[in-house]
Design a binder for this molecule. Structure first.
Ligand code: AHM
Ligand code: MG
Length: 317
């Protein structure tokens, strides 16, 4: 009611409160991961200069994370090599991130996002490239921020996927989507169809099938061209997101460590699937920092269906 005082809702779960309560559930937690999540939402202390948004986002991530006393090593899409954190500020986590994904959408104001995965460094040795090349099945937490019609953080610390909407009036992320589950089957396919001429026959057959009224109700096509937005829609409505290998890019476009693995971790935590066409994205052993991977991600039954078609075609070869 306008003008009347609303009682303060003390049950409101903010991101910080949520991570603190998750820490209680982990028997050997030291609080370092909680502290790492605490760096989210802080303000830039030296961002006075006008810069390209993705460069600025990268500087912010590196600045915040390396002064959080929780990380040993950073992997960023914007940095050719790993970023080592100075000894006195070093913690035990490794963070791989794409600071601002969907760069082609920045200038036309379409949704963009940030993606990250957190791994633990096993020993106290000096951090090196070897520590960065960890498969997805070693991830301890992952998430993304979507800058769309609202700002949302979606995270998992290994106990399901949870969404937090930014309330700008109080500057807090509020838990709005507890335990997000991706529907077992959707009605949407999401792929850049401009590349049809360079797809494998299996992808051509699958997409044709999704459009053919004789094979069931045709799916809707949706493709933002920002992975975070396309994946977020897939979480909410179900369906499939595909960035396949093509004749021109035999490993696809998207990067394994900071695009495919975090999204695969989240999708798996939400009951969906993420594959590179052969095996789970989470089982791929990375060999290079900026390695690319094809990705098929989304509702379990939709991903299984495309994998069946891929298998059929590879048996023919
Ligand atoms: P970027 O890291 O240069 O922004 O590229 C990644 C983006 C993803 O967000 C999106 O899924 C994909 O590129 C779209 O690529 P394309 O334009 O080839 O369909
Ligand atoms: Mg990217």
């Amino acid at each position: 009611m306008a003008g009347s005082l609303q009682p303060l809702n003390s049950d409101c779960v903010t991101l910080t409160r949520f991570v603190l309560s998750e820490q209680k559930r982990a028997p050997h937690a030291t609080g370092e991961l909680t502290q790492l999540f605490g760096t989210v939402g802080q303000k830039n202390v030296q961002g006075e200069e006008v810069k390209k948004l993705d460069i600025l986002a990268n500087e912010l991530f590196i600045n915040m994370l390396s002064s959080s006393y929780t990380v040993a090593l950073l992997i960023s899409e914007e940095n050719e090599t790993v970023v080592e954190v100075e000894t006195e500020k070093r913690g035990k986590y490794i963070v791989a991130f794409d600071p601002l994904d969907g760069s082609s959408n920045i200038d036309c104001l379409v949704s963009i996002g940030s993606i990250f995965a957190i791994m633990k460094k096993e020993d106290n040795s000096i951090p090196s490239l070897k520590d960065a090349l960890k498969p997805g099945n070693t991830v301890v937490a992952a998430g993304y921020a979507l800058y769309g019609s609202a700002t949302m953080m979606v995270i998992s610390l290994g106990t399901g996927v949870h969404g937090f909407m930014l309330d700008p009036s109080i500057g807090e992320f509020i838990l709005t989507d507890r335990n997000l589950r991706v529907p077992p089957r959707g009605k949407i396919y999401s792929i850049n169809e401009g590349y049809t001429h360079i797809w494998d026959d299996a992808i051509k057959e699958y997409i044709q099938k999704k459009k053919d009224p004789k094979q069931g109700k045709p799916y809707n096509a949706r493709y933002v061209g920002s992975m975070v937005a396309d994946v977020h829609r897939t979480f909410k409505y179900g369906g499939i997101f595909i960035y396949p290998a093509t004749k021109e890019s035999p490993n696809g476009k998207l990067r394994l460590l900071y695009e495919c693995i975090p999204m695969a971790y989240l999708m798996t935590q939400a009951g969906g699937l993420a594959s590179n066409g052969k095996i789970s994205i989470l089982d791929v052993q990375p060999e290079e920092l900026h390695q690319r991977s094809p990705i098929f991600l989304g509702s379990k039954e939709d991903v299984e269906e495309v994998l069946e078609i891929i298998k059929k075609h590879s048996n023919k070869k």
